[in-house]
Design a protein around this ligand. Structure first.
Ligand code: NFS
Ligand code: SF4
Length: 658
């Protein structure tokens, strides 16, 4: 048993605000949260952890043991592990595809004039996306261009496999050509999204594919489809709500204000949360009528990231601690849409006055209020939600209010467009060279995307924070999304103060140069917030821009990803496309594949040989950083060697392979 396992208790967080709520709860209440449930759940099932339990047919569950080395149908450990793994990828991709589907559905309603509360907010993004995916703009007005984008996205989501079918356009036009060729050559370029998920699920049915290599590689096709879905979601969100620009806000439970009606938006979809934020700004008078000073909206999980990036809405908390804001006694309502919403919030809310409001037909929680959020009456529905929060405010028990006074400033809003805009103050002709030059000169060691969830197998937020501190000292430029970004926001690491405290000389000089060239009053942060989990598409676009600048395929670029506290199926899908699209990818918890050396070997080594990206499992945050630095340095060194060869043999470009 590892040391960490021995000392498992419910004080499993590095977030001081969360810890203060947990401690107050242990001393006077006994409200059960995920922290307590995690302790009760120990020890967890070993078969499940290794991925060698099969429940795919009703003869099971079959578990691989010394006595029974195969399932009843004869399935080996490697088949069972591979099937379980790709089913997780399918689950993750389905979630992102559902998000993308909803965005395009709203787009279609806008085209038909049925969703009047939504408009095309960002025309530059509309044009940029159209040009990227190959939608003709000549002779068309904006609405017509938008209509064609909606059509293409729908086609891409729903196209089936077929010899003559064109590839997934949104995907193939958004990545570098060498990657498209690689995906085609390996036969994993998806045609559509939902069809690919269906094929993969069918492939794992009892009596279907038993070949672990074929299973995993076909699973990667779904993971790449997942990337495409995320890109569609990000692009439509930007067009409809605006591309993020730098914005200042604050984060952690201290953003709750007892004098206001406090409403948290939780989930993923800006279609709902943007409307709530807008309506809340107009409904101040209604809150005043019940004695509040106004309405404070704050965000949890990725929809929180969406409204932080575009509207500067404060971050309340991230995944693991989502039940805790209710226990401050000052949260009047939590409105949720889709994904990462713990059913546990409802039971906690029962002990307080907080109203839990579900809004989506595929996410309901027994005992919660349900407001059917229909897009053709979006503003009206948003107001209905806010009115529920206002009415709950009147039912507060002032004696139970206990808000930890902990919050930090956050500088967020770093879309690729915003980052390139900052770079252009230093190099107006080729902004991306600001980053690639800094890596070539050795000022920066490379780029790391810090992403993914929280997972109570690690101390909440601890891996995120420790890794960023180490990476900063080693002059790595860091971008973050999802609940990782939430961890940095809450801990004050998205500020210049954090740069001064943690950054090495190179990173400090790099960011300082950008501050100066842009004459920034609000200086740049240590970790750049790129948005929600679907916005990992932004993070990959940054890698693609670097690859284009160097004229190489992505596996040559010193750019790695890390999910220090990965949890969801979405994270499995994301990690898998990170690898397939060329990133060394660290994961801070073991996925359910260690029961098969073969499948584990594919993830750790064979993936590298084929795609140039690979996984690293490492629970210790400091060792993980060492491994990431090694991966970055290895790539920088190789690029130097290839460049020398290019000069020596007078070839036109660096060899594109790796
Ligand atoms: Ni990503 Fe965002 Fe958080 Fe993980 Fe869940 S909120 S989509 S899945 S837990 S980062
Ligand atoms: Fe067992 Fe095979 Fe059925 Fe899985 S598919 S439960 S291994 S008999």
């Amino acid at each position: 048993m590892s040391d960490e396992k021995k000392k498992i208790d419910n004080r499993r967080t590095a977030d001081l605000a969360a810890l203060s709520v947990i401690d107050a709860n242990s001393s006077n209440g006994q409200i059960e949260t995920s922290y307590e449930r995690f302790v009760k759940m120990q020890p967890q099932c070993n078969f499940g952890e290794q991925g060698i339990c099969c429940r795919i047919c009703l003869q099971g569950p079959c578990r691989i043991t010394k006595k029974a080395s195969k399932g009843i149908c004869g399935a080996h450990d490697y088949t069972i592990v591979a099937r379980n793994l790709i089913r997780m990828m399918c689950g993750g991709c389905a979630a992102h595809a559902d998000h993308a589907r909803h965005m395009t559905h709203v787009g279609e309603m806008m085209v038909q004039g049925k969703a009047e509360d939504y408009t095309i907010m960002d025309k530059d993004k509309l044009y940029a996306v159209a040009d990227r995916v190959g939608v003709e703009r000549e002779g068309k007005n904006d609405e017509e261009v938008f209509e064609d984008l909606v059509k293409l996205a729908k086609e891409d989501l729903t196209r089936f496999e077929g010899a003559h079918e064109k590839p997934f356009t949104w995907l193939s036009k958004s990545i570098i050509e060498e990657r498209v060729n690689k995906l085609e050559a390996c036969n994993i370029m998806p045609r559509g999204v939902f069809g690919t998920i269906g094929e993969n699920i069918a492939q794992t049915h009892v009596g279907m594919d038993a070949d672990p290599v074929n299973l995993v590689f076909q699973g990667l096709k779904t993971s790449v489809a997942d990337f495409g879905s995320e890109h569609i979601a990000t692009d439509f969100s930007d067009i409809i709500f605006g591309t993020p620009k730098p914005v200042v806000s604050e984060a952690n439970l201290g953003v709750l204000d007892k004098d206001y009606v406090n409403l948290a938006v939780h989930g993923h979809n800006p279609i709902l949360s943007e409307m709530i934020v807008r309506a809340a700004r107009e409904m101040r008078a209604d809150a005043e009528k019940v004695g509040a000073k106004g309405i404070k909206v704050s965000g949890i999980c990725c929809t929180g990231n969406e409204v932080l990036m575009r509207q500067g809405v404060p971050v309340l908390t991230n995944f693991t601690s989502q039940e805790l804001p209710i226990m401050t006694g000052a949260l009047d309502a939590m409105v949720v849409d889709i994904q990462c919403i713990m059913p546990g919030i409802r039971a906690v809310a029962e002990c307080f006055h907080t109203k839990i409001i579900t809004t989506s037909v595929n996410v309901k929680i027994p005992g919660a209020y349900h407001v059917d959020f229909v897009e053709d009456r979006a503003d009206e529905k948003a107001r209905e939600v806010i009115n529920l929060a206002i009415s709950a405010y009147k039912e507060r028990n002032p004696d139970r209010i206990n808000i930890p006074q902990i919050k930090h400033k956050v500088v967020a809003g770093f879309s690729v467009e915003a980052i390139l805009n900052l770079f252009s103050a230093v190099n107006p002709d080729t902004p991306i060279k600001v980053l690639t030059d800094a890596i070539e000169s050795g000022e920066l060691r490379g780029v790391v995307l810090l992403c993914g969830c929280n997972n109570l197998k690690r101390i909440h937020d601890n891996n995120h924070l420790e890794m960023a501190k180490d990476l900063a000292r080693n002059n790595v430029f860091m971008v973050a999304t999802g609940c990782a970004a939430g961890a940095y926001a809450k801990a004050g690491m998205m500020t210049w103060e954090a740069v001064e405290e943690y950054a090495g000389d190179g990173l400090k000089a790099f960011l300082g140069r950008l501050n100066e060239a842009n004459k920034l009053e609000e200086k740049l942060p240590l970790v750049f917030h790129m948005g929600s989990c679907v916005d990992n598409s932004r993070a990959y676009d940054l890698m693609t821009a670097m690859a284009r600048q160097w004229g190489v395929d992505t596996p040559k670029v010193p750019y790695a990803a890390s999910a220090p506290e990965a949890m969801s199926e979405k994270a499995v899908a994301i990690g898998s496309w990170c690898v397939t699209l060329g990133m060394p990818t660290h994961v801070g918890v073991y996925p359910y594949i260690t029961g098969s050396d073969l499948v584990n070997g594919i993830a750790l080594q064979i993936a590298d040989d084929v795609y140039g990206g690979y996984f690293m499992w490492e629970e210790d945050p400091h060792k993980a950083v060492e491994k990431l630095l090694y991966a970055l340095d290895d790539r920088t060194w190789k690029m130097k060697v290839h460049r020398q060869a290019m000069e020596k043999y007078e070839t036109e470009s660096i060899s594109a392979g790796w």
